[in-house]
Design a protein. Structure first.
Length: 117
């Protein structure tokens, strides 16, 4: 079982950047494709980005393509999300989890990202 802790969120102006980090515990972390997801107030959780276990393949939601970059460091059990050109509609709580079928018991607390206009 993998435990996940997200960090790096904050308040930023539109057009700014943030880098989110996800620390994973568990020996089998490198076996999983990992993803970032987000949930805005009153909305369902949505897919943001994903990366294969080898980091050879990445996938992005349409709303973040060209602005966000996902990466991972299996030696450190870390997954990252570099977010550039942030928009107010990016405001949400961001979570990391396994991809494409995130186990319900693995959701962490998430990290809040707020983008002001």
């Amino acid at each position: 079982q993998v435990q996940l802790v997200e960090s790096g969120g904050g308040l930023v102006q539109a057009g700014g950047s943030l880098r989110l980090s996800c620390a994973a515990s568990g020996r089998t972390f490198s076996n999983y494709a990992m993803g970032w997801f987000r949930q805005a107030p009153g909305k369902e959780r949505e897919f943001v980005a994903a990366i294969s276990w080898s980091a050879n393949s990445t996938y992005y939601g349409d709303s973040v393509k060209g602005r966000f970059t996902i990466s991972r460091d299996n030696a450190k059990n870390m997954v990252y999300l570099q977010m550039n050109s942030l928009k107010p509609e990016d405001t949400a709580v961001y979570y990391c989890n396994a991809f494409p079928n995130p186990p319900s018991h693995s959701w962490g607390q998430g990290t809040q990202v707020t983008v002001s206009s």
